[in-house]
Ligand binder design. Structure first.
Ligand SMILES: Cc1cc2nc3c(=O)[nH]c(=O)nc-3n(C[C@H](O)[C@H](O)[C@H](O)COP(=O)(O)O)c2cc1C
Length: 207
């Protein structure tokens, strides 16, 4: 199952269009979470106390952990998030607060180092930006650090179209080029996967 975490807000979201182009490359069922429609519980002191009690008792099937369990079980993850204020919409941070559960998406070693518990081998971060100043620290870089170092997802990829709102820019052309890159990259990967199957079958080597 592909988990599509959709943090787009606008009806005509360009980020959403890029994510759709990516998702259409795979013939797999997609479960979409539209974050703008979710009324996330506030991570208040009461909420944290209850969560601590439940995790200490290893009651991981509590509905409080539905999002975390769903994230941990996904085969592939796609996050779509527009570049907002050097980062992403706050709903994505709220979501992250709800899936970062020790014992479900990661555990800590006795030395205090996180170890991932998630099944997915691949996470895509899809984004668009109005300008061309798009530092990675608080957007893709942050999600990548979480994916690799908390969740244990080894392959983390960024798909981004920038400069869409600059005077004189042709946003449709930029989106089109980005979609072509998505197709090319996926075709390349499918080609690589075919090579692996060939080699595994002993049917010959393409190396
Ligand atoms: C609240 C808000 C904050 C934004 N902050 C930035 C920003 O920091 N840097 C930037 O380049 N563009 C910024 N933009 C422009 C968006 O990144 C750009 O329009 C993007 O393509 C919107 O994605 P969407 O079409 O999926 O909604 C911002 C837009 C909004 C609405």
């Amino acid at each position: 199952m592909i988990l599509f975490i959709n943090a787009c807000v606008r009806k005509d979201s360009r980020t959403r269009r890029l994510a759709d182009a990516l998702l259409s490359e795979w013939n797999e069922p997609v479960t979409e979470l539209r974050l703008a429609d979710i009324d996330f519980p506030v991570t208040s002191e009461d909420y944290l106390s209850r969560r601590d009690r439940l995790t200490a008792a290893e009651k991981f099937s509590d509905p409080m952990f539905d999002w975390a369990n769903q994230f941990a079980a996904a085969d592939r993850i796609v996050i779509a998030a527009p570049h907002w204020d050097l980062s992403f919409p706050a709903s994505l941070k709220q979501y992250i607060e709800h899936i970062n559960v020790v014992g479900i998406t990661f555990i800590y070693t006795p030395e205090g180092i996180p170890q991932g518990l998630c099944r997915a081998k691949e996470l895509y971060y899809v984004s668009t930006a109005g300008g061309n100043y798009v530092p990675e620290e608080y957007g893709f870089g942050y999600v990548e650090a979480l994916a690799r170092n908390f969740y244990g997802i080894p392959v983390v990829k960024k798909i981004q179209a920038a400069g869409l709102d600059i005077d004189g820019a042709d946003p449709e052309q930029i989106l089109k080029e980005t979609m072509e890159q998505i197709r090319e990259e996926q075709n390349r990967q499918k080609g690589d996967a075919d090579d692996v199957v060939c080699l595994a079958d002993g049917a010959g080597s393409s190396v």
